[in-house]
Write a protein that binds this ligand. Structure first.
Ligand code: NAD
Length: 455
């Protein structure tokens, strides 16, 4: 059992804190946002992640998980501090102010601490940031030299929507270490997970995180570029093309003759673009980092360009299907950037909805979990109607647009759409439906296929 302080309880910090407590560590989470703190103090999770709230309540009841505002006290109690504060976009790529502020406060507490302890940066930062920025901040505020305290980079690979499962069953743990003693301290925390532990220097660990996200984003934009190529000619369906590419045994090995269908293949699929707090932000940061070092990362820039254009496909379909959007009731199914989460950051829905409103449409939205967050944050003050169910959203709409691939939307039959919609127009931004089947009942438009014989 290690005494651990987790600084910042956003998506990453809260999952990390709860997950480490569930593995038998003694965890104190520090949060400076009083609204989040108050919610956590009642035992509720301020974010939606499957099973998170139940496990949070269990570890609180066991007495191995606490939350507080006081960072100094948390550091003084702990052997390891894991920093999970946000690193949003900034003028030079990444805004490090929250991280630097946290490092300053951690350093001040280390000054008072006799016991050796390790600081691990879990926040995503560009290569060399920890050594060139965070290390000097810690040394200055603590009055100690690195080595007297430990320093690691510990990137996080969890996927929102399955964050807890990913954290509890990681495929690899990456520990970038300032020195051997730092890495040993952090390795002790992760040994109970039983996953391969890869130890590197600080900059390599930082780059591994960016490389992982760049690869995933690359697969999505590659799929979307192919989707747009397929849609140039009739009856050439990208889903069949990529589905068959994905049967290559180098991508999809067989086990006892059966394909194992690895999760990576879900990124080889077309849609209206990726969103979320990480992929675009991290690509922008890596591009800025490279340009600052006189390298033009053309491929990384193209990934972002393709992604920025992709939600516009939805509008192109709508403009083709309806002579004008003025006064038209458009049902938007899905607000979250992907199913399983209430996170709206950089969601394609937030690109599509303002464009619909600009053109005079009346927008009615439905999302199974993200509507409260949308009302409070991203769509605050935006004039959209919130429906109680997908069926309510569809009722009397002039067109339906599927933006998030929630499984419950996949169960809406062509007859259901036809019954509820005023005009039977369906835009499938996530390739949830079988084109030929749906096109029999509806004017069906989907990313990556142009049907030759629409009904
Ligand atoms: P977030 O913005 O949701 O949460 C950060 C939290 O830290 C906020 O609640 C904020 O109030 C708190 N905070 C900031 N400064 C603090 C301080 N000095 N003391 C206490 N609390 C403080 O961010 P997130 O999505 O959890 O991401 C955190 C980091 O992890 C980022 O660098 C991100 O790039 C990276 N990351 C995110 C994901 C993801 O899926 N969200 C996955 C992997 C890595």
């Amino acid at each position: 059992m290690t005494r651990i302080a987790v600084v910042g309880t956003g998506y990453v910090g809260l999952v990390t804190g709860v997950g480490l407590a569930a593995q038998g560590h003694d965890v104190v989470c520090v949060e400076k946002d009083v609204t989040i703190l108050r919610v956590l103090e009642t035992g509720q999770a301020p974010i939606y992640e499957p099973n998170l709230e139940a496990l949070l309540q269990q570890v609180r009841e066991k007495g191995c998980f606490r939350v507080q505002r006081d960072l100094r006290d948390a550091i003084l109690q702990s052997e390891v501090t894991i920093v999970c504060v946000g690193t949003p976009d900034g003028p030079d790529g990444v805004n490090l102010s929250a991280l630097r502020e946290a490092a300053g406060e951690i350093g001040k507490a280390l000054r008072e601490k006799a016991e050796y302890s390790v600081v691990a940066v879990k926040s995503t930062v560009p290569p060399t940031t920890t050594e060139s920025v965070i290390l000097p901040d810690l040394e200055e505020s603590s009055g100690r030299r690195a080595g007297e305290f430990g320093l690691c980079v510990n990137p996080e690979f969890l996927r929102e929507g399955q964050a807890l499962a990913d954290f509890l069953q990681p495929d690899r743990i990456v520990i970038g270490e300032w020195d051997r003693r730092s890495g040993d301290g952090l390795e002790g925390v992760y040994r109970p997970f039983g996953a391969p532990i890869i130890r590197t220097n600080l900059a390599t660990a930082e780059m591994i995180k960016y490389a992982s996200n760049a690869l995933l984003a690359n697969l999505i934009s590659f799929s979307n570029e192919l989707a747009n190529l397929c849609a140039i000619v009739p009856d050439l369906d990208v889903a069949q093309v990529l589905g068959t590419v994905g049967q290559d045994q180098r991508l999809n090995p067989r086990l006892r003759g059966q394909p194992v269908n690895p999760e990576i293949l879900s990124y080889l699929a077309a849609g209206c673009g990726f969103g979320g707090s990480c992929l675009s932000k991290d690509l922008r940061a890596l591009i800025a980092w490279a340009r600052h070092r006189a390298y033009n990362p053309a491929l990384l820039s193209a990934i972002l360009d393709i992604n920025a254009r992709q939600p516009m496909q939805i509008l192109t379909f709508l403009e083709g299907a309806l002579p004008s959007l003025q006064g038209k009731r458009i049902a938007v199914l899905g607000l979250a950037f992907k199913p399983g989460t209430d996170d709206l950051r950089e969601s394609p829905a937030l690109v599509i909805i303002p464009k619909l409103l600009e053109q005079g449409a009346h927008v009615v939205v439905y999302d199974p979990v993200a509507m409260p967050k949308a009302q409070q944050t991203a769509l605050r003050g935006v004039l959209v109607e919130y429906a109680r169910s997908a069926q309510d959203a569809l009722r009397e709409a002039d067109a339906a647009v599927v933006v998030t691939g929630w499984p419950e939307f996949a169960n809406i039959s062509p007859q259901d759409f036809r019954r509820e919609l005023r005009t039977p127009i369906l835009i499938d931004g996530r390739r949830l439906y079988e084109p030929v089947l749906y096109a029999r009942e509806l004017r069906y438009f989907a990313i990556g296929v142009k049907l030759g014989h629409p009904t």
